[in-house]
Each structure stands twice: as structure tokens, then as C-alpha cells.
Design a protein around this ligand. Structure first.
Ligand SMILES: [Zn+2]
Length: 91
């Protein structure tokens, strides 16, 4: 397995993942925040994770209630199929 990480002092990816949510929520202490920030600027694994988390967080906090029409259509189709009994479970 390829190592993306430079071996600098500080946290490894597992540790970053553990505190990432807290970091984005701004509830970690300053030193941890610094470690996470420097790790994220350097890590090809954690950086996209962090971006994804913050996007989810942003869209939640923006209270975006609009739903992708395609998703909605998919749900509708699914509902019809359920109504037709296509998904009856074995009893
Ligand atoms: Zn990482």
C-alpha cells in the first residue's frame, strides 16, 4: 500500500478521522485544530473526507429543502412498485 503521508509528527489518519467531525464543529482544542488543519493540507485521504463532511454540514445548516427531482422521481417509482407488491417479503 502506498503511503501518501509524510512522516511528520502528529496525528495519523485514524486519529484525524476520529476528531474530524469535532474539528469541523469547532469543538476541538487549538492544538488539535492545528494538527488537523496541517494534516488535511497534506493528506490525500483525509482532505476529501473533510470536504465532504463540511459540504454536508453546510447544506444542513443552510436548511436546503429542495430535493433533486431525479431523486424524487426515483422515490415515486419505488413507491409505486411497493404498492404493486413487488417487494413483498417472504413469510
Ligand atoms: Zn490523513
Amino acid at each position: 500500500m502506498i503511503k501518501f503521508l509524510r512522516r511528520n509528527k502528529g496525528m495519523n489518519c485514524d486519529e484525524i478521522m476520529e476528531v474530524l467531525q469535532g474539528y469541523l464543529d469547532g469543538v476541538v482544542d487549538e492544538e488539535t485544530a492545528r494538527e488537523v488543519a496541517s494534516h488535511l493540507s497534506d493528506c490525500a485521504i483525509c482532505a476529501p473526507e473533510a470536504t465532504l463532511y463540511s459540504r454536508i454540514k453546510d447544506s444542513l445548516s443552510a436548511k436546503q429543502l429542495s430535493v433533486d427531482p431525479e431523486v424524487l422521481a426515483g422515490l415515486h417509482t419505488f413507491g409505486e412498485r411497493v404498492a404493486k407488491g413487488e417487494f413483498e417479503t417472504d413469510s
